[in-house]
Design a protein around this ligand. Structure first.
Ligand code: NAP
Length: 385
């Protein structure tokens, strides 16, 4: 039986690579649905190239531009509607940011396997997601390369045998720079990632190391491990995707050439493995693999992530919401590179932690965190004038 797959965020970096994985396994996989937000032209092109049964778009457009026979779900909430359609076996969630949460919940409520690339939804929705998985029987298989690596390494031992989860970080383009040199980083410099070709938001997050901060929280939530058992190591070559150290001294590492199609495919086919078109790893021809300790004084982003994780309740959500607002402000030239962490630090200081259980409460808490962040952004803009 072919697996029928929907791809949310199909116009993005993860989305397009997911379509590539599905197209390269025509015997085993079939595309069921695709969804996008504002990229109407790209969406129509993809619909004509890949011929899914259903196309969803948050933005209305003329559905006669789609191939004949395609079902169109158009307008706000259409991604969520596709995410919940029972005809798909697997939903790849490659939406960027907090917006991925509602479709994730919809897929899990429909009892689906979600191949989840998005990390913000786990960071913000943990308190809700566990209950939904338990009640409706869906499952999350991580796609994020670090979480996929840990997921795979954890299959070699029992939870109580784990000593540490060790997340690798490429470090982005600036990890060697002195803190003073980070003040004048431009958008163009921040978007030049040395090893991965990704969407804009995650590329900025990689440069600030907020991406790693979000992953620390994501790993704690996905694998039910406390902050003390999660380490971060800078590994600029992005060959070791992450590791699990067991208490007997064994350390399991997951390695491959950096190619997101591999964890996407594994999340779809798990527990099976299938041939892929990814270039095999040839260790003799790789540059030397190096590992470095991150400097938490240089990158406040990581320290704040550990603080938010330890504080618990709605603090990780506030960390994420403030970062999303600050990245937007940096991308539109309103604040500087180092201001991103200032905005998050301010928001966490002002945020009043509380327990969250429903999607409505999570949405409201996210809105409030962004309001605080917006005030900090305005103050920083005033300062720059
Ligand atoms: N790229 C990677 O290599 C990579 C690796 C690990 C994890 N991730 C994670 O995967 C997620 C996606 O990353 P990406 O790099 O693929 O991002 P991206 O290239 O920016 O793509 C984002 C996708 O999400 C859609 N989208 C944005 N807002 C939406 C909304 N409100 N409702 C519905 N769809 C929406 C966009 O649609 P439009 O284009 O139509 O606006 C686009 O298709 C992120 O959480 C990221 O952290 C990415």
């Amino acid at each position: 039986m072919k697996k029928r797959i929907s791809v949310l965020g199909c116009t993005g970096s993860i989305g397009r690579q997911s379509l590539d994985v599905i197209a390269s396994h025509p015997e085993e996989m079939a595309l069921f649905g695709i969804a996008a937000n504002t990229g109407v032209d790209s969406l129509i092109r993809l619909a004509n190239e890949y011929r899914p049964r259903v196309v969803a778009c948050e933005t209305e457009f003329d559905a006669s531009l789609l191939p004949a026979g395609t079902e169109a779900l158009l307008g706000p909430g259409s991604t969520e509607r596709l995410a919940a359609l029972t005809d798909a076996d697997v939903v790849v969630n490659g939406i960027s940011g907090f917006a991925a949460l509602a479709p994730l919940v919809a897929s899990l409520r429909a009892g689906k396997r979600v191949a989840l690339a998005n990390k913000e939804s786990v960071v913000c929705g943990k308190s809700l997601l566990d209950g939904v998985v338990l009640a409706y029987g869906g499952e999350i298989i991580p796609v994020d390369s670090e979480q996929s690596a840990i997921f795979q390494c954890l299959q070699n031992g029992k939870k109580e045998e784990v000593d540490k989860l060790i997340l690798t970080a490429s470090g982005g383009p600036f990890w060697r720079e002195k803190r003073e040199a980070l003040t004048h980083i431009t958008l163009e410099q921040a978007l030049a990632h040395p090893t991965w070709n990704m969407g804009r938001k995650i590329t900025i997050d990689s440069a600030t190391l907020f991406n790693k901060g979000l992953e620390v929280i994501e790993a704690a939530y996905l694998f039910d491990v406390p902050a003390e058992q999660i380490d971060v190591v800078i590994h600029p070559q992005s060959i070791v995707h992450s590791m699990v150290a067991y208490r007997d001294g064994t350390c399991m590492a997951n390695m491959s050439r950096p190619d997101m199609r591999l964890p996407i495919q594994y999340a779809i086919t798990y527990p099976e493995r299938m041939p892929s078109s990814c270039t095999p790893l040839k260790l003799f021809t790789e540059q030397p693999l190096t590992f470095h300790e991150p400097d938490l004084n240089r990158f406040l982003s990581l320290r704040l992530a550990y603080d938010a994780l330890r504080a618990g309740m709605s603090c990780p959500l506030a960390y994420n919401g403030a970062n999303e607002a600050a990245v937007e402000a940096f991308c539109s030239g309103r604040i500087g590179f180092l201001d991103i962490e200032r905005v998050v630090d301010y928001t966490l200081n002002q945020h009043i932690p509380r327990a969250l259980s429903s999607l409505g409460e999570i949405m409201e808490a996210d809105r409030q965190a962004r309001d605080i962040a917006r005030r900090a952004i305005e103050a920083l803009q005033q300062e720059r004038r």
